[in-house]
Ligand binder design. Structure first.
Ligand SMILES: [Zn+2]
Length: 470
């Protein structure tokens, strides 16, 4: 019973997950225990095991067996998959040692190793990620990416304090999670890859203690040290714990990480700046929708000191447009280490500026506050939108008749705008293209609505910091 299927998995683990041949028998017994089978004898594996890029096809028959025999219900198969994978994986300590040994020689290789391991172990499931609807806004100059997240929420019975705590390693549904330790200053943090993969090698760097997100100089310092940790190709970003600051979990300090470029990073200079107090900092306003100040220097202490001055000045800033009482301005921040220089992107944001009425009309597309992921140019839209878009298209191509009084039409405002622009129903293909284009434009407008200054209104703020526009 299942001799071939289990044998296949054992060979896969030896090829991809560093499983030692001496551990095969024990792993097989653990899997048999989970499936409540007693007989197992290893057999010659299937030829295509060598070709498997992830374990999904190999685990599938075991999960089907479990459901068929009433061992688990269908909704619990992701957790069983995690348990089965855990039986053929290295222990957390072994992963940590392998990562640390590689890291001491080559940081990027260490991260690549961990990423590969997470994919091969099925924790990061690229087949699932590929089910997200995703497209590039080709008509926009910035080419932001639109992502409709359709991934099911992982079955977890998370650690009581929160879903970010290190103690989640091994919890129900997360048996195949592996994290690695990271020293950030004198604090113990840990790193792992995100299941979502909204951008290239999307990961999360988390404080080892369940301690709330903070603000100020210590955070800037940690961000710079975290940029050191992820190395030359990486970036580290933080949301703000403020209202509308985009953070989902404010109770546990964490940063988002990724590798290589993002639409925002690809943008150049809008205004070149020079600080009187820090004349050696390379500094400019980024040519981006949000108000982003980018500055860089190799000296960590001085760069962090300036970052703190900038955000402190911003939090206290007000003028006739920005009616701030000291609580309404906030920021998102990203740090990268580029050619040995700590390169910060500070995104100035505010709840003190009235959003244009227009923006409220777009809430049917995205209602939640923009996170740093959105600001970087990866616009994440809610799962429900996937179905709503399909429905909305039926009104655009004339399959269903639009009625202004029908309150149940999904994305009603968008449909109404598009029908007007189209001058009536169009072909199904055109309807699809039109609605995608419309979403691109709406996302661009939402992003643009986060801007707090233009080229003129920014001058008094910069003056207050002794910064001149060149
Ligand atoms: Zn926590």
């Amino acid at each position: 019973m299942l001799d071939l299927e289990i044998s296949n998995l054992l060979v896969y683990a030896q090829n991809n997950l560093f499983m030692d041949e001496l551990d095969c028998s024990q792993a097989a017994r653990r899997i048999c225990g989970m499936l409540k089978i007693t007989d197992f004898a290893p057999v010659e594996p299937s030829e295509d095991v060598e070709l498997a890029a992830n374990p999904n096809k190999l685990v599938e028959p075991l999960l089907a067996y479990a459901v068929e025999h009433g061992i688990v219900t269908a909704d619990k198969t992701p957790a069983l998959k995690a348990e089965i994978m855990d039986a053929i994986m290295l222990k957390p300590s072994e992963i940590n040692d392998l990562f640390a040994d590689t890291y001491s020689v080559n940081k990027q290789k260490a991260f690549d190793f961990l990423y590969e391991y997470c994919v091969k172990s099925g924790y990061v499931d690229l087949d699932e990620c590929a089910k997200n609807e995703r497209w590039e806004a080709k008509e926009l100059k910035s080419r932001i990416e639109i992502i409709i997240n359709t991934m099911p929420q992982a079955t977890t019975d998370a650690y009581p304090k929160c879903a970010l705590c290190r103690e989640n390693e091994g919890y129900y549904g997360k048996a195949n999670l592996r994290v690695v330790s990271a020293d950030i200053g004198d604090e113990q943090w840990y790193f792992d890859y995100s299941r979502h993969q909204y951008f290239d090698k999307h990961g999360v760097l988390v404080n080892g203690e369940h301690t709330p997100m903070t603000d100020g100089k210590a955070t800037m310092q940690k961000l710079a040290l975290a940029a050191d940790f992820v190395g030359a190709d990486g970036f580290v970003g933080t949301d703000s714990a403020a209202e509308n600051g985009g953070a989902h979990n404010k109770a546990h300090e964490h940063f988002k990480t990724g590798f290589k470029s993002t639409p925002m990073f690809r943008q150049g200079t809008k205004l070149k700046l020079k600080s009187q107090e820090y004349p050696y900092l390379e500094m400019h306003v980024v040519d981006w929708y949000s108000t982003v100040i980018r500055f860089a220097h190799s000296n960590l202490e001085k760069t962090v000191e300036f970052a703190d001055k900038l955000v402190t000045a911003w939090k206290n800033y007000s003028d006739e447009r920005i009616q701030n009482d000291g609580t309404k301005n906030f920021y998102s921040a990203v740090c990268r280490k580029i050619n040995g220089k700590y390169t910060f992107d500070i995104v100035l944001r505010s709840n003190a500026i009235k959003r244009p009425r227009m923006a409220a009309d777009y809430e049917e597309i995205k209602a939640d506050a923009l996170s740093i992921t959105d600001i970087l140019g990866y616009f994440v839209l809610p799962t429900k939108l996937s179905e709503e878009l399909k429905q909305a298209r039926l009104y655009l191509d004339g399959t269903l008749e639009y009625d202004v009084n029908n309150k149940k039409i999904p994305l009603a405002k968008t449909v109404e705008r598009l029908l007007k622009a189209q001058g009536g129903p169009v072909s199904p293909l055109e309807a699809k293209l039109n609605i995608h284009d419309e979403i691109d434009l709406v996302c661009e407008k939402i992003l643009a609505s986060t801007a707090v200054f233009d080229e003129k209104t920014i001058v008094p703020f910069l003056d207050g910091l002794g910064i001149k526009i060149l």
